[in-house]
Design a binder for this molecule. Structure first.
Ligand code: DX5
Ligand code: ZN
Length: 220
């Protein structure tokens, strides 16, 4: 099933309540929330307080992407803040399994993220544990970057993996440079959840979300 997850990184932070509510009204399926620590990625965004602030404003699931060194230090805060799904980068911790386990133990969905330079084989051992795998289709840190087509082979590899391994049950998400031109190839490769920041906010929200959904559904 296609799910469009607009990234609030491209929202107007001084009008975040308005933008969150507009996204829900415009047909967004999830809200993608980017947390950047200025260490794991060369940019900072905001912390768990913003997630707590958003929580009562919307019924949408909060898809929280932690671009943070040693994310296990902050997982608790993001659970308390009301995240529905928390994703941690495979490259950001020496204790990936433990980090994911902490999230699962709190009855929150857990996701693992891989950077463009990280192969699927690196996360194979945690695949039975996760609810979502996020394949970065740009180098994390900034919105508005160009989609890296070579990442599609990883999406396809994950799609095959879950088909052939009955002990897995995860959705595949793509993040970075997803727009009306690139989404079809992602859907064809097997992605289910599509993060779109700059594309969604560069026009009428409802039209853009609808365009993405249609392009993804037609590509399958
Ligand atoms: C990049 C973030 C993305 C970003 C996507 O580090 O993880 O979620 O907001 O932005 P666009 O859709 O503009 O590439
Ligand atoms: Zn993201």
């Amino acid at each position: 099933m296609t799910q469009i997850a607009p990234s609030i990184l491209s929202a107007d932070f001084m009008n975040l309540q308005r933008d969150v509510q507009n996204l829900e009204a415009a047909g967004a399926d999830l809200l993608h929330i980017d947390i950047m620590d200025g260490m794991f990625v060369p940019n900072m965004s905001f912390g768990a307080q913003v997630v707590s602030g958003i929580r009562p404003l919307t019924q949408l699931g909060l898809d929280v992407h932690l671009m943070v060194e040693q994310p296990e230090r902050y997982i608790e805060q993001f659970i308390t803040a009301g995240s529905d799904l928390i994703m941690i980068h495979a490259e950001a911790t020496e204790h990936l399994y433990r980090g994911l386990q902490i999230i699962k133990d709190a009855d929150v969905k857990a996701g693992v993220v891989i950077n463009p330079g990280t192969p699927v084989s690196y996360i194979e051992s945690v695949l039975p544990l996760v609810d979502q795998v996020l394949v970065m289709t740009v180098n994390p840190g900034f919105g508005g970057q160009k989609f890296i087509p070579a990442m599609l082979t990883k999406v396809a590899e994950l799609a095959t993996y879950r088909e052939t391994h009955a002990d897995t049950d995860f959705t595949i998400e793509v993040d970075g440079g997803v727009n009306d031109q690139t989404i079809a190839a992602c859907a064809k490769a097997g992605a289910d959840v599509f993060v779109a920041g700059s594309y969604t906010f560069a026009g009428d929200l409802a039209t853009r979300i609808e365009t993405l959904k249609k392009a993804a559904n037609e590509a399958r």
